[in-house]
Design a binder for this molecule. Structure first.
Ligand code: MG
Length: 383
């Protein structure tokens, strides 16, 4: 059993221009969510009683969009330097002198609750909690691409955020900070004022998004969950000369009747994808009462579901479709169906399975009244 966290408030600093990462990095999407939203959600989820987001002037609309649907946060204007932004955040917070304040950089999105706990617990016997990682690589100084010396790495740590302080302590420390010096983090400011900063374990995933290539690395580090969805569909046979199954048209002496092209394989698969996302079903997205879907090619339904998945930072892992009918024979067309699905889903062929079975002349498929399809899809979503 872990003890409950002490009550705390938080400042998320998002006032930088982020020019090295291409500008406005706090609003950019990471794993389907704006960068800033990750840490704001983590801090609110850990129980922040009040949270101030410090943003550049004129970015209110971006902040409201990025944090839409979340409650318990408000905005303060950024200043010219990071220290000015933090001061503005502290002024906006106000409150009791001994209240713990966490100060965090929005550019560090992957914030685990365990780090929040460690920095808060540091305040039980110190004036500040600093998450940090020991330097593992050898350090060298270079000038113009030529090594100019070595730096002893023992005792060196890479500072991260959030850093924790008591409200009055960080306020007083900033008041004492020399006006002509640049403060790069709060631990330095409080230590200079005589405070004792406890270094606690940081988290390698708390990396700071600095350069454009950092986004790809952070995407790979995001906590993800694997989910499975299933779908089922059936359509009735009627007069016709061909049938669409899994995106492939097969010559046949009947066709499947439906509002769209009645491709039961694609419909089952679309529902499997939507099901894995908890995103309703095909009828919610493409109502059969809507005339625009009359006779529609069903591949657009499937592509729509994949686009919804990608918008949430999700990835498709594999799909498996079973077609249930006595006729037509599916086997001669299986490879073409797999290839078409792989193309629609941007999946390798071995992640796409199409199978077929009969029901031994039993039931509605056995009597030739209709064809049924079932499908399973596995996805990976940011957790
Ligand atoms: Mg259908």
């Amino acid at each position: 059993m872990t003890s409950p966290l002490p009550a705390f408030v938080a400042i998320v600093v998002a006032a930088g221009s982020g020019s090295r990462a291409g500008g406005g990095k706090q609003w950019r999407s990471l794993g389907g969510k704006p960068v800033i939203r990750w840490s704001v959600e983590a801090l609110l989820g850990a129980g922040a009683k009040d949270l101030v987001v410090v943003i550049p002037a004129g970015a209110e609309a971006e902040a409201r969009e990025a944090l839409a649907g979340l409650t318990g946060w408000r905005i303060a204007p950024g200043g010219g330097a990071r220290a000015d932004s933090v001061r503005n955040g502290l002024a906006a917070l106000g409150g009791a002198a001994d209240r713990p304040v966490l100060i965090h950089d929005a550019a560090r999105p992957i914030l685990d609750a365990a780090v929040i706990r460690r920095v808060l617990e540091a305040l039980s016997d110190a004036d500040g909690g600093l998450p940090a990682l020991p330097v593992a690589d050898s350090l060298r100084r270079a000038e113009d691409g030529v090594m100019a010396g070595a730096i002893e790495r023992n005792g060196l740590w890479r500072a991260q955020t959030p850093q924790a302080f008591r409200y009055q302590a960080i306020l007083d420390a900033y008041a004492a900070w020399p006006a002509d010096e640049i403060a790069t983090d709060e631990a330095t400011v409080v230590q200079r004022a005589g405070g004792r900063i406890r270094v606690v374990d940081g988290d390698p995933r708390l990396m700071k998004l600095t350069f454009p290539e950092d986004f790809a690395m952070a995407e790979a580090l995001l906590p993800r969950q694997t989910r499975v969805g299933q779908g089922f569909d059936a359509h009735r046979w009627g007069p016709g000369s061909s049938v669409w199954l899994c995106g492939v048209e097969i010559a046949h002496d009947q066709t499947l009747i439906g509002h769209s092209d009645a491709d039961a394989g694609l419909h089952a698969l679309t529902d499997a994808l939507l099901g894995a996302m908890g995103d309703g079903d095909i009828g919610d997205h493409f109502p059969p009462t809507d005339p625009q879907w009359k006779g529609a090619a069903s591949d657009r339904f499937l592509v729509h579901a994949v686009e919804r998945l990608h918008a949430r930072g999700g990835r498709l892992v594999n799909v498996d479709v079973t077609l249930i009918c006595e006729r037509p024979k599916v086997k001669p067309h299986r490879q073409a169906m797999r290839e078409r699905l792989a193309e629609l889903l941007s999946l390798p062929l071995d992640a796409v399975s199409v199978k077929a079975t009969t029901t031994e002349a039993m039931g509605f498929t056995g009597r030739g009244e209709g064809l049924a399809a079932q499908a399973v899809a596995t996805i990976s979503l940011p957790a």
